[in-house]
Design a protein around this ligand. Structure first.
Ligand code: PGA
Length: 266
């Protein structure tokens, strides 16, 4: 059974170790019995040791929010895949739009990071998404803006990636306008984006099986009220939660809602 994947991206929060520990302890305590969901907690690098007190399991694991492509050396401020592995990370977010926007991350850098993650047996969560909704049909759906952008980001990120490792990649469709805005995408459009992502994988790697195997998730203003409409869709394998993952009880609600209504159980 493929479990729904729920990634908590804490971003640059919380400001103190004690708050990180409280958040973590509450979430782990409340969710200790979950079975149908895989939860990945991605705190800032410096709070990863706080998570060190739990053993990665089928239900829980840890992830980094970024990585550098070299293993070690004179790269001031960078965090390598080996360091993430050593701190127990199984996943790593790559190419988040906030890094593309504020840190000047390019498609080329993202491609290098993706390769480094795979080479070092970290599962990359590759973020793609368009900046603005530019055109809409009668039902308010974006018409054609998303296709070229998401497809291009994906092609550049996956350029010359070893086909045998592609199934380990999680692609997070994150329309930038929906991130932190309180205005999520519609579940239908998120599904269309997921189909586009899978079609692009078929084209690039000439394998429908691979496109079906890869996990595609949605991110952007997910909360406990809208989670089910995304995560219970066939074709959307989970969600990436930003703001709502910092509110311990809200995040617990999000996970429990999916744990209870997992599509694979119904
Ligand atoms: P949000 O962030 O849930 O706060 O919209 C999602 C993200 O940036 O991944």
């Amino acid at each position: 059974m493929i479990k729904s994947l729920i990634i908590a991206n804490w971003k640059c929060n919380p400001a103190t170790q004690i708050e990180a520990r409280h958040l973590f302890d509450f979430v782990i305590g409340e969710l200790k019995d979950i079975k149908n969901v895989e939860v990945v907690l991605c705190p800032p690098f410096v709070w990863l040791p706080v998570l060190g007190s739990f053993k990665p399991s089928e239900a829980f694991s840890a992830g980094g929010q970024d990585l550098f492509w070299e293993k070690q050396g004179p790269y001031t401020g960078e965090i390598s895949p080996l360091m993430l592995k050593d701190l127990g990370c199984e996943y790593v977010i790559v190419g988040h739009s906030e890094r593309r926007q504020h840190l000047g991350e390019t498609d080329e850098m993202i491609n290098k990071k993706l390769k480094a993650a795979l080479k070092n047996r970290l599962k990359p969560i590759l973020c793609v998404g368009e900046k603005i909704r530019d055109s809409f049909d009668n039902e308010g759906r974006p018409e054609n803006y998303i296709n070229p952008i998401v497809e291009e980001q994906l092609k550049k990120a996956l350029e010359s990636i070893d086909k045998s490792r592609v199934a380990d990649i999680v692609v997070a469709y994150e329309p930038i306008w929906a991130i932190g805005s309180g205005e999520p995408d519609t579940p239908d459009d998120a599904l269309s984006a997921s189909l586009l992502i899978r079609k692009t994988i078929v084209k690039m790697f000439d394998s429908r099986a691979l496109a079906n195997k890869i996990r595609v998730i949605y991110g952007g203003s997910v909360d406990s009220k809208n989670i089910a409409s995304f995560a219970n869709q066939d074709g959307i394998d989970g969600v990436l939660v930003g703001g709502a993952s910092l509110n311990a009880s809200e995040f617990v609600k999000i996970v429990l809602r999916i744990n209870k209504t997992n599509k694979n159980e119904s």
